[in-house]
Design a binder for this molecule. Structure first.
Ligand code: PNS
Length: 161
């Protein structure tokens, strides 16, 4: 059984994330979506809200588990007995940050491998940050996030579906 952890902030989950999960499931038997607790960021959705939302979105697929972790990703990986990290790449601009993170994780835990998957073309420009900004200003994010997430954004910022 091959298990991979897909870590991130997921604030909120986008269809770009869903695209990466779908691709990862072609190579791994199970995916643990690991929502990181980041004390330096004030999230739009609380950790509990993000866990609940993602669980609801993926509830029909038993190969996907949704969990949260605080502290270092490498420690969480050890705790979950997982050695594969999944990260999505959209544009070259993602690379520098991802390169730094993958190498730092490798230094901290040499047995851990990071697997990069390329997001589907239609999601190249989608990020949680852009979705938050557009939704907060009343813009339409239909198709960029799962319907449940879109409804939560509308509840948060006002508006009708
Ligand atoms: O979705 P994001 O915000 O790009 O995800 C970043 C994340 C959560 C994967 C990264 O910040 C992380 O792994 N945080 C846990 C703390 C940690 O291990 N930091 C050292 C990695 S260089």
């Amino acid at each position: 059984m091959t298990v991979a952890v897909y870590p991130g902030s997921f604030d909120p989950l986008t269809n770009g994330h869903m695209d990466i999960i779908g691709r990862a499931l072609k190579a791994f038997d199970r995916i643990i979506v690991g929502i990181a607790v980041n004390r330096s960021k004030t999230p739009l959705f609380s950790l509990e809200e993000r866990v609940e939302m993602i669980r609801e979105v993926v509830k029909d697929d038993s190969r996907i588990e949704v969990d949260s972790f605080s502290g270092l990703l490498v420690d969480y990986m050890k705790h979950r007995n997982a050695t594969a990290v999944i990260r999505g790449l959209r544009a070259v601009s993602d690379f520098e940050y991802e390169f730094q993170m993958a190498n730092m994780n490798r230094k901290l835990h040499p047995d851990l491998e990071t697997f990069f998957l390329m997001t589907g073309q239609k999601y190249f420009y989608v990020s949680s940050r852009v979705v938050r900004e557009v939704a907060s200003l009343g813009g339409c994010v239909t198709g960029l996030v799962p319907e449940l997430v879109e409804n939560r954004l509308l509840e948060r910022f006002g508006g009708t579906p």
